[in-house]
Design a protein around this ligand. Sequence first.
Ligand SMILES: [Zn+2]
Length: 307
Amino acid sequence: MLFSVHMDTVEPGGQVEPTLRDGVFYSAGETVLGADDKAGIAEVIEALEVVREEGISHGPIEVVITIAEEIGLVGAKHLDYDMLNAKRGYALDTEGVDWMVLQAPGANHIQVEIEGIAAHAGMTPELGLSAIQTAALAIGQMRLGRIDQETTANIGRIEGGVARNIVPQNVAIVGEARSHDPLKLKEQTEHMLQCFEKAADQMTCTIDGEQLRPKVSVDVHADFPSMSVSENSPVVALAKSAAANLGQNLKIRLGGGGSDANIFNGHGVEMIILATGMTKVHTHDEYVSVVDMVRVTELLVEIIRQS
Ligand SMILES: [Zn+2]
C-alpha cells in the first residue's frame, strides 16, 4: 500500500500564514494556502498516527512525499522506483470530498520554430518569406480547443518578428495536446505538426530563381502519460468498501490534468487519486475545512484497516 502526496505548492507561497476561522483554514496574507497538497500530507500523517495509536493491524505501508509536482511532476519523474515495493496506492491530491479520479489525460508539449527569410517590407518584400504568415496559416487550419470529450489542444504562446518594416524571419510557437486516449493524443499531435508542414508548403515560393520553403523545426516531448485505472480494480474496490463502511459515498470524476499519479501508474503502481477537501486551489481564496480533513483521514484509516 502506497500513499503519495506532494510538498511543493504553487506561487505565491513562501510565507504562508494559515488562519482558522469557523473550522476552516484560509491563508491570512497574499499567498495561496497551500492546502494543495499540504492537506493531503496532514491527512496521511494523521491516518498513520491513528493506526499506531489504535494498534490497528496492517500490511506494509509506504509513503512518498514528492517535490516539484506543480512545475511538471518532476519529483515523481525522478523518483527511484526500485525503492518501492507497493504495487497499488492512493494519491491524496484532488479538490472536494468523496471524489476519486481513475483517469487523467496524457499530454504532449509541442514546440515549433519557423524560419523564413528577412527582407525590407517596403522595398523588397518579394525577397522575404514571412515566418509570421506561415505560423498564421498553420494555426488557422488547426483543430484546437476541445477536440472531443477526452482530447484537448492549445497553442499557448507565440513569439516572433523584429520590426514593423521587416518581413519576419523567425517565429517560435508553444502548444500542447492532451488526451485520455494515447492514440488520440498521437493523432492530435500529428495533426498539429502537419498543419505547420502544410503551411510551409503553401508559403513555398521562388525567390531569385530558387525555390524556397520556410524551415519548420519541431520538438515534441511527452510531458506525462495518461492514466486509466479500471473501475473493477482492487484499488477502487478497496476505497469503495472502506467508504461504504463509514457511510461515505465515493464518486468517480474524470481528471483534467497530469498529477504524480500519472507517473506512478506509468511505473506499474496502480494508483487512483482521492480528494483531500481542498477547495479553490491555486488561488488566494483556497481553503480546506477541518471536518473534511477528518473525513478523509477516517477514510484512509479504514482503507489501511481493510487492506
Ligand atoms: Zn496538487
